[in-house]
Design a binder for this molecule. Structure first.
Ligand SMILES: Cc1ncc(COP(=O)(O)O)c(C=O)c1O
Length: 396
């Protein structure tokens, strides 16, 4: 099909939640590159919004999935699943978590984490402790409860009344958090770096104060690592930048390298609150998705991708800062590893993203003044240099 026919079909039959999408349709990819219906080649600096950590068609992931396709896709959670058990082991052994639950998406993982926090206190005989404090400008998903957790009115307004039990406080303001505490508070939940609202960094000192506050008040600390997890920030998990361990953290996006899978990861004390019948899913953690995640984890842990994310992140940020020194319109370059935002003094990010697209580079625009870069963790200096050259020409 040609692009116009695809767009017409989409406009006629797909619910209009994505509005006028970028008018491109990709047909195949390899490494950091994707090609569209007109056979134009692009460098993917958005990585499916932090999903394609291994790039496109990584041979290890592709081969593992091909092999699994010939064996078994799905059985149900009524039976034991070898790849599920193995994946839980890999995630637990490489993190601060002891136990894992597998589901299908980021929002579902966060729902699971919220349910776990609530049931933890119910089973302690404290049913009135159910409130979770999250940050303003956070993003935790699109289900009703994760929309309630998300600290952005634009996602909440159309769906009121929302499930109760969430308060939102300003980022990096420990007094605001202290003031929000009440006898009903059961947990604090945050992204180690806010992704969707513009790559907003959480201060290390603040994070450590949050942890201390949670410990002093017997609250659970939940990290949404759906975007920051799995090497994206140059460490396997975002929390490792803060020398703070959460009681519960969630994963999704990169975990399946493109196959939908999410995870709720928890320390034993919290995890033990889930008992038979308390939670579950039909598809979550099925043999196909777990095979994907095992291949992703194996590649991340053994092929130097996390080190590459740290090194290339430094290099990329340095090159973007060179542009900042050259062009006054660039207000700030911020981020960790390969999770980088560039904020402009003017509302030009959409225009720049469009121009980059025409030059063969995919990036994200947040609102009208922030560009977001989330390239695959296999990105090289040469790829980054090409993008910088294009951005430089556009800004000129
Ligand atoms: C930090 C964070 N949490 C949760 C989600 C929701 O994940 P999903 O779209 O897989 O439900 C996202 C998605 O962008 C995210 O960035």
């Amino acid at each position: 099909m040609n692009l116009q026919d695809i767009i017409s079909l989409d406009k006629k039959y797909f619910m209009n939640v994505y509005g006028d999408r970028t008018p491109v349709c990709f047909t195949h990819g390899r490494g950091v590159n994707v090609w569209d219906t007109e056979d134009n080649k692009y460098y993917d600096f958005l990585g499916g919004i932090a999903v394609n950590a291994l790039g496109h068609c990584h041979p290890k992931l592709t081969q593992a999935l091909k092999d699994q396709l010939d064996k078994l896709l799905h059985t149900s959670s009524l039976y034991y699943i070898e790849s599920q058990a193995k994946l839980a082991k890999v995630l637990a052994e490489n993190s601060c978590a002891d136990k894992i639950f597998l589901c299908n998406s980021g929002a579902e993982a966060n729902e699971g984490a919220i349910k776990l926090a609530r049931i933890y206190f119910k089973k302690k005989g404290l049913p009135d402790k159910y409130e979770i404090i999250t940050l303003k400008r956070s993003f935790h998903g699109r289900t009703l409860t994760t929309v309630a957790a998300t600290g952005q009115e634009k996602y909440q307004k159309p769906y009121t009344p929302l499930p109760p039990g969430f308060k939102h406080v300003a980022i990096n303001d420990i007094n605001a958090l202290k003031a929000a505490l009440s006898p009903a508070t059961c947990a604090v939940m945050m992204e180690p770096i806010q992704g969707e609202s513009g790559v907003n960094l959480v201060d290390k000192e603040y994070m450590q104060q949050v942890k201390q506050l949670c410990d002093e008040n017997g609250l659970l600390l939940i990290f949404d690592e759906i975007q920051t997890g799995l090497g994206r920030t140059g460490k396997l998990f975002g929390y490792r930048h803060f020398d703070v361990e959460p009681d519960i953290f969630t994963l999704a996006k990169a975990l399946g390298g493109g196959i939908p899978i999410g995870a709720v990861c928890a320390k034993q004390q919290a995890a033990a609150a889930f008992e038979p019948g308390d939670h579950g899913t039909t598809f979550g953690g099925n043999p196909f998705a777990c095979t994907a995640a095992l291949a992703v984890m194996d590649t991340l842990l053994h092929d130097g991708l996390i080190e590459n994310a740290a090194n290339m992140g430094e290099y990329f940020k340095g090159r973007l800062l060179e542009l900042k020194n050259k062009y006054a319109v660039i207000k700030e370059v911020r981020g960790k590893g390969l999770m980088i935002g560039m904020e402009f003094a003017d509302e030009i990010s959409k225009d720049i993203a469009e121009k980059l697209l025409h030059q063969g580079f995919l990036v994200g625009s947040i609102g009208t003044s922030i560009l977001r870069f989330l390239p695959p963790l296999i990105i090289t200096k040469e790829d980054i240099d090409k993008m910088i050259r294009a951005l430089d020409e556009i800004l000129e």
